[in-house]
Ligand binder design. Sequence first.
Ligand SMILES: NC(=O)c1ccc[n+]([C@@H]2O[C@H](COP(=O)([O-])OP(=O)(O)OC[C@H]3O[C@@H](n4cnc5c(N)ncnc54)[C@H](O)[C@@H]3O)[C@@H](O)[C@H]2O)c1
Ligand SMILES: O=C[C@H](O)CS(=O)(=O)O
Length: 484
Amino acid sequence: MNDFDGLLQQANLIGSAWTGADSGETIAVTNPATGAVIGQVPNCGATEANRAIAAATAAFGDWSTSNLSFRVGLLHKLHDALMDNQETLAQMLTAEQGKPLVEARGEIAIGAAYVRWFAEEVRRAKGEIVPSPTADRRLMVTRHPVGVVGAITPWNFPSSMLARKLAAALAAGCTIVAKPATATPYSGLVWGKLCQDVGFPDGVVNIVTGFAREIGGAIMASPDVRKVTFTGSTDVGKVLIRQSADTVKKVSMELGGNAPFIVFDDADIDAAIEGAMIAKYRNMGQTCVCTNRFYVQSGIHDAFVARLKQATEALVVGDGTEDGVAQGPMIDMAGVEKVEEMIADATSKGGKIVSGGKRHEKGGTFFEPTVITGATADMQFATEEIFGPLSAVFKFETEEEAIDAANATEFGLAAYAYTKSLGRTFRLNEGLQYGLIGINSGLITTVEAPFGGLKESGMGKEGGSQGLEDYLSVKYMCVAGLDA
Ligand SMILES: NC(=O)c1ccc[n+]([C@@H]2O[C@H](COP(=O)([O-])OP(=O)(O)OC[C@H]3O[C@@H](n4cnc5c(N)ncnc54)[C@H](O)[C@@H]3O)[C@@H](O)[C@H]2O)c1
Ligand SMILES: O=C[C@H](O)CS(=O)(=O)O
């Protein structure tokens, strides 16, 4: 078995100890490209989760009052440990998740960048002195770590989704209990090892794998957990928001998407195709900000479709570790079947397959990157997240029609548009109901900017200065009697 230079952790980190499940039960982790078993992880439940919460609670007092320079120094060491091991971590990520190595390297790098960002950002978590209405008192506002944080993360970005939670939480002085996705636990568990190696105190970082409902239930029920940060589907997010009410937890929710990608007649078509390929096919279409609907204005439609077909057919499908591969396997057969269901629905309603359309000859969960034209609003992918390598192309006539169609969804995470018009750019920013808007770019995520959705795509922000605020509580103190 490949131990990835000793970085593969097949146990859970609770306090200072790497342990198995009390039951001894384990879950096999498989490589989606080959079906091979990579290793096992503990199948833990509520009991182990509560021990992790107790360890995080015990560590919170010292960690939250530690010298800021100490915390910042450890975060910079963590950044360096991530980048020193970038290749091995990327190999581990591709082995369990399937994405091409070049994308996995990028995910490790942005995760390290989030660590460095919050190491810097926390040094500017300033308070305020508020002008007092009367001379006898002084008013001050201060910011403090919110407490023990529960973090639950998805399989599609198993490293960077944890990075932007853990880094902000630790920088703020919080301690954390994290539960990675069952399909991709190793890219989360290794954060515990690296944190331990660089010197984070015991109990500050705890990582537990296993029964999602049980572990999640323990996190949500514990009065010691004061904040929950979740990245995943909107359906699960709604469950957690309801559960958070019992203990009035602070929540951040990074949920599902249904991104429109609008191409106007005046677009630079070369730029639009480049952006379309990134926004659609990154991680085999399995990102929350992937294009779900292409809206192409009638004047440029045929030329854009021809170029999209050509670029899609040029994508190399294969094992993500092989040079030149742009599309790895999908994470599981359920994802493949969802894409097949959407293709059948669209073609039954008049959609036309112009590229791909079926499982790849490589078998398993490999799928042909697919383009369907003639898309209409009654088709399943108009309202449901595809989460796969399927491009659905709608035609439109006017700007107003495009904005209305783009907004006709309960989601509001990412939207993209290609135009040379400055006026239209500002009308789109004001008219599109999305938390992230890319104008003439298909890849806009960056640590400096707040990432997060509107409507049923979630609440809270990750990254940017706003991303730290989610882990801080604001206090107001009035000091009176000063006129004595
Ligand atoms: N907005 C974002 O930043 C963002 C980023 C990545 C993925 N996503 C979304 O995540 C979804 C795909 O990821 P996924 O399949 O892992 O999502 P998912 O909701 O099925 O699972 C996400 C995490 O929640 C856990 N979980 C599942 N049910 C739970 C429960 N009842 N209680 C506690 N935890 C539970 C899972 O084990 C996993 O760790 C897509 O909808 C995608 O759009 C959003
Ligand atoms: O899948 C969702 C991720 O947040 C995508 S990104 O890598 O952060 O853009």
